[in-house]
Design a protein around this ligand. Structure first.
Ligand code: NAG
Ligand code: NAG
Ligand code: NAG
Ligand code: NAG
Length: 634
């Protein structure tokens, strides 16, 4: 109770200085001497020391003033040496009994204690409860304003590490003192404090938010790749304002980053979901330019991060795929799965890498869990990759999957069967499993995006069962389920509008075509038409349309007539930024053909090259003739 009261008072007291914006600005405007005059000026520590200090203490970077003072006292130096040399808490406690320590020295003893506790994995409770520890803390507490900045920061970290109650009065007093001094700490000290607090205490730490405010204000002092990388990796997620600054700085420093730096930054960006394009570009550039050898863990983290951020950098992917390939046989199943999923996400099909992974799966079939195997199959399907040893691979897969289907979550099972459909490997037992009424009963009436996605996949599996699996006898989805909710209208693309425009001319009359047709197969057709035996478009309203959930017409097509589907292929429909369709679209195309359509492909890379509507209409007519001629010849 009392402790809490003190705590509250403390924070309120602080707030007037550090939290209220007006007070903070006022404090900032004062010269630092005046600001500190607002309270008792800390007295310099009792004159000290000698010339050389043990190296560890040097590393602590005392301010020049501090060092001068320190150097004038040899007794202090002796004590420092003793503290540094101590190898057990007992030795340190004895030191406290033999010498009358000042608050600085007592702080250093506490810091050394916490370091020893970590190094020797000691029980910190024993240390905290030791009477002599309490005495040290009292010394510190009584003269806290005289503890040097760096020692103070170390002290605070040590007390946290030792597990000192944050509500205890002594802890509060140290925190309080640190808060008082924040403005006078060096940027580096602030950064290291921020790192510590972010890792140990997380977002809720009030002190951390104060430290971060200071870092934000003083970001121009930010320098050195180490600090930048550390702050991005450990602190950036807590303040997006700070992260903006850090990214700017990182962009300046990108050329100096090591592969390890690049890894840490890219991962941090991925975890924070910050798709910082200029920075990612710069780091990719330097990665390609300079760093010839990247080790496995860096390669895997990089591809994971690029995948998570959906950031495309063909040269980097090429390099990662090439560098990874020789490692594959020695990787663990988790590593392999993680890599292939990232490449699949990025739509990047490197044939040698995927072949190596297919071989890996064959060689390690027994070590792969079902979920690893599923992930590999899902990735193959996404990129429409058929391993060259396809038969061996799928024999193995069917054998491993047999009897395991019931153990899979409905979502994963659906994705697996759908993927096998893409790869034309879905045998009847798979189809039966997901098309059975009890399986889809679960999502009946569920309108969540997840359920809708699942429903759409089931409809497409149903189409595969109908159109591509003559040996499959059912069950099929009920007709009522095939009228899936229309996907929300996306923005009309340039390809879409220019195709419609050009096609209107080819069709002659609106009655001769149907647009944006949602089929019972779960696929959408951009435009369909019916050609008579002389290749003239016919009005199609009256004809039966078995591909529609509700067909107005009933007339059969006249003899020699053909249905034609126009499919528009946008940039995202392809893998690898090349001309290979992703598995999903390859299956769509196959199904639409199997449903009795001649398919006219309208890929963006051809159609958008044509600038005039006249050229585009000519292109469509020409394609139409070729498709019909090919059909007649076959
Ligand atoms: C340490 O604190 C003193 C006042 O206690 C301040 O004047 C000095 O600038 C600080 N040193 C550093 C390195 O920030
Ligand atoms: C990869 O290299 C980084 C430094 O470049 C190193 O920290 C890491 O331990 C290395 N990992 C492996 C698996 O060799
Ligand atoms: C994808 O790109 C990589 C690298 O450019 C290449 O090795 C691979 O063959 C490409 N795959 C396809 C299907 O084009
Ligand atoms: C190609 O992808 C776009 C956007 O992702 C989609 O709207 C379109 O329907 C796809 N094309 C086909 C024929 O499925």
């Amino acid at each position: 109770m009392a402790a809490r009261l003190v705590q509250r008072c403390c924070w309120r007291h602080l707030a007037t200085f550090t939290c209220s914006p007006a007070a903070a600005t006022a404090a900032l405007l004062l010269p630092s001497g005046k600001a500190s005059a607002a309270r008792a000026l800390p007295h310099p520590p009792p004159a000290s020391i000698h010339t050389s200090v043990p190296s560890t203490w040097n590393a602590d970077r005392f301010s020049v003033k501090e060092q001068v003072e320190e150097n004038s006292n040899s007794e202090h130096r002796v004590i420092l040496n003793l503290i540094e040399a101590a190898t057990s808490p007992q030795e340190l406690f004895q030191l406290g009994e033999l010498h009358s320590l000042n608050s600085n020295q007592a702080s250093l003893v506490v810091t050394r204690l916490s370091r020893l506790a970590v190094e020797k994995k000691l029980e910190t409770g024993d240390i905290l409860q030791d009477e002599r520890f309490q005495q040290l803390i009292e010394i510190v507490d009584s003269q806290i304003s005289q503890v040097w900045n760096n020692t103070l920061v170390g002290l605070l970290k040590s007390l946290y590490s030792l597990g000192m109650e944050s509500s205890s009065r002594e802890m509060q007093s140290v925190e309080h003192e640190v808060l008082w001094r924040l403005r006078r700490l060096s940027f580096r000290q602030l950064a290291s404090l921020a790192e510590f607090l972010a890792v140990k205490q997380g977002k809720e730490s009030k002190l951390l938010s104060e430290v971060i405010k200071k870092l934000e204000l003083r970001w121009t002092e930010l320098e050195g790749t180490r600090t930048v990388v550390m702050l991005i990796a450990k602190v950036g997620h807590i303040s997006s304002v700070l992260m903006d600054r850090l990214e700017d700085k990182a962009l300046e420093l990108a050329e100096q980053f090591s592969p390890e730096d690049i890894r840490r930054i890219t991962l941090a960006l991925a975890y924070q979901n910050r798709r910082s394009v200029p920075l990612l570009r710069a780091m990719s550039y330097h990665l390609i330019q300079k760093h010839s050898e990247l080790n496995l863990s860096i390669l895997m983290d990089l591809i994971f991060a690029y995948g998570k951020l959906n950031f495309h950098q063909p040269q980097v992917f090429q390099k990662i795929a090439t560098d990874l390939q020789p490692h594959v046989s020695a990787m663990t199943p988790i590593e392999v799965t993680r890599c292939i999923r990232s490449f699949a996400l990025l739509k990047w099909l490197s044939l040698p890498l995927f072949e190596a992974i297919s071989q890996y799966a064959l060689d390690n079939a027994k070590q792969l869990s079902i979920s690893h195997l599923c992930n590999i199959i899902l990735s193959f399907a996404r990129l429409n990759f058929q391993p060259s040893g396809s038969e061996d691979f799928f024999n193995m897969a069917h054998e491993e999957l047999q009897g395991q289907l019931d153990s899979l979550e409905p979502q994963l099972l659906t994705d697996l069967v759908w993927s096998l459909c893409v790869l034309q490997q879905a045998k009847p037992p798979y189809l039966q499993r997901v098309l059975a009424p009890d399986f889809h009963a679960v999502i009946q009436g569920d309108s969540s995006p997840k359920a809708q996605n699942l429903r759409m996949k089931l409809i497409q599996i149903n189409a595969a069962a109908k159109l591509e699996s003559p040996e499959y006898q059912g069950p099929f989805l009920p007709a009522g389920m095939l009228n899936a909710a229309e996907p929300a209208a996306e923005k009309v693309t340039l390809l879409q509008s220019s195709l419609q425009e050009a096609l209107a001319g080819v069709l002659g009359s609106q009655d001769n075509g149907r647009w944006d047709v949602h089929t019972i197969y779960g696929w959408q057709i951009d435009a369909e038409m019916v050609l008579n035996s002389e290749n003239k478009p016919l009005p199609l309203k009256d004809f039966a349309a078995p591909h529609l959930p509700h067909s107005e017409g009933t007339k059969p097509l006249p003899p020699g007539a053909r249905r034609v589907a126009f499919l528009r292929w946008e940039f995202p429909n392809f893998s690898n930024r090349s001309k290979e369709l992703l598995g999903r679209y390859a299956m769509a195309r196959r199904h639409i053909q199997a449903a009795g359509f001649l398919v006219v492909d309208v890929p963006h890379y051809e159609f958008l090259e044509l600038k005039l509507e006249r050229q585009r209409a000519a292109y469509l007519r020409d394609k139409l003739h070729k498709v019909v001629a090919k059909e007649l010849a076959s």
